[in-house]
Design a protein around this ligand. Structure first.
Ligand code: F0G
Length: 471
């Protein structure tokens, strides 16, 4: 074979291997190595005269790429925006280096062909290099507590109760650093606020947003002010905001009023508002969709159920799924949001002036992302329904009893919803369902104690203890 034909064959092989590798989600250098070894077996192919420094140049890109493979994509994506000029520089540099290697290795090819070969190899490798640079830069630039990567727990016992044959998974967001899903968005919102020179972040909250904002502000060296509805947030959340040094103000009014006031303060420019009306929060929170599909080995769930309060989470989760599908294919789940019966403005189609529910996290009568929730429901052919407090508590206890997972009451609304609609046939042919469990049970220990059997006290006497235990 002449050199030109050899190069052409090599180009086609590389393109094919890269395509296959991308489809399978495998680092393509592995394919290149396998392909190279196979090519080596073909008799009569020109044998390049490999010098040690060239070997170094040749192995460098796969090493870079493989290292990048272990870089969490989240931080790569968050950083690439800031280092795009660096990335372009790296593409040019890597293309040049690869061209030199190709020219030296494959005798007789012309420089344009060598450059073309280099250009094929370069983009991925330079992104890999950029990722490494980004990774080195992460601790300084991004305010993070290493949120995300929460477990996706199979829940066969609950699944059976919802609909036989259903595969149910619980995305336990209560295992984020501050115990709720808010951390995914807060890392982006606080990092960007800090980068823009803000000194104070501000939020209205039913508790979890304030806990998260307080922690990330502390970590980022910013001040944090939180406005909560007086007497209506769970003890654990209040404790978090306080211990992280936030300025906590309780307004005599509900969450909706607190958010209105915070918005006005934000408009005055005194502080950056880190509620989910801040688009950075949505960008961070959408990562959950990518993570779930990865954890399911590339499968997209048929149904995704979650509680709905201010509706930022359903908006973000849907954004994640739809953007992922537009890029990588595979479809989207039906989004199923559940509000508490006494706080169900979206279901009722009108603002609720005095929302009521024991699930204080979603005690919201005028969701800021109302439109986002409607879009998620309509575009995904899903639904937004409501569950009673009794159904929420039943799901809360079932999660703890049947699956060993302790969540706060609002977090059980998604499961309560599936338990409610499962028997009605509303799940259709769905095979795989995912529920976001938004917050940890320890956030609201008072509720746990209240719905559980009382602790008995006995004397320090073995016989009495034995009798009581074996009763
Ligand atoms: N579950 C929990 C545990 C929450 O804290 C929230 C919202 C939701 C569900 C609902 O999510 O608002 O995006 O629809 N908590 C906000 C807060 C309002 O201030 O902590 P959403």
């Amino acid at each position: 074979m002449r050199s030109a034909e050899f190069v052409l064959a090599l180009l086609i092989a590389v393109a094919a291997l890269v395509t296959i590798a991308r489809r399978l989600g495998i680092a393509y250098p592995i394919f290149l190595v396998i392909g190279g070894l196979l090519l080596g077996l073909v008799p009569g192919l020109p044998r390049p005269d490999i010098k040690p420094d060239l070997i170094f140049l040749l192995v460098l890109p796969p090493i870079l790429y493989t290292t990048a493979f272990f870089t969490p994509l989240r931080s790569l994506r968050a950083n690439l925006g800031n280092i795009s000029s660096l990335a372009i520089g790296l593409i040019i540099a890597t293309a040049g280096a690869a061209a030199v290697v190709a020219h030296a290795l494959i005798g007789g090819i012309t420089w344009p062909v060598a450059l073309a070969l280099g250009a094929i190899v370069a983009p991925s490798d330079s992104i890999a290099a950029a990722a490494i640079v980004a990774r080195l830069a992460v601790p300084r630039r991004i305010v993070t507590l290493l949120e995300g990567n929460t477990p996706l727990i199979p829940a066969p016992a609950l699944a059976k109760r919802i609909r036989p044959g259903l595969e149910l998974y619980l995305k336990f967001e209560g295992l984020n650093p501050t115990g709720s899903f808010k951390d995914r968005g807060m890392t982006v919102a606080v990092s960007r606020a800090k980068a823009a020179g803000a000194r104070v972040v501000l939020c209205a909250s039913t508790g979890n947003t304030s806990a998260s904002a307080a922690a990330y502000a502390a970590r980022g060296g910013l001040r944090c002010a939180v406005v909560i509805p007086d007497g209506q947030i769970a003890l654990g959340k209040l404790a978090q905001a306080m211990v992280h040094g936030a300025r906590v103000l309780a307004v005599r009014g509900n969450f909706d009023r607190a958010l209105e006031l915070v918005r006005e303060l934000g408009d005055e420019g005194a502080a950056v508002v880190v509620n989910s009306i801040n688009p950075d929060r949505i960008e961070g929170q959408k990562t959950i969709a990518y993570e779930i599909v990865r954890q399911l080995g590339g499968r997209v769930p048929d149904v995704h159920a979650l509680p709905v309060g201010n509706a930022g989470n359903i908006t973000a989760t849907w954004k994640g799924y739809s953007e992922r599908s537009a890029k990588e294919g595979g479809g989207v789940p039906r989004m199923m949001g559940f509000q508490a019966e006494g706080a169900a403005p979206i279901v009722r189609g009108a603002r609720v002036m005095e929302p009521k529910t024991l699930a204080t996290a979603i005690k919201i009568g005028n969701p800021a992302s109302w439109q986002g929730a409607n879009d998620a429901r309509d575009r995904s052919k899903g639904l937004i329904d409501m569950v009673s407090d009794d159904e929420i508590v039943a799901a809360y206890r079932a999660l703890a009893d049947l699956e060993g997972v302790f969540v706060e009451p609002a977090s059980a609304a998604g499961v309560a919803g599936l338990l409610k609609i499962g028997p009605t046939g509303a799940l259709g042919e769905a095979k795989v369902a995912v529920c976001t469990l938004t917050g940890h049970g320890l956030k609201d220990p008072e509720r746990a104690v209240q719905v559980s059997p009382k602790v008995e006290t006995v004397n320090d006497d073995l016989a009495e203890l034995r009798k009581a235990l074996l009763q």
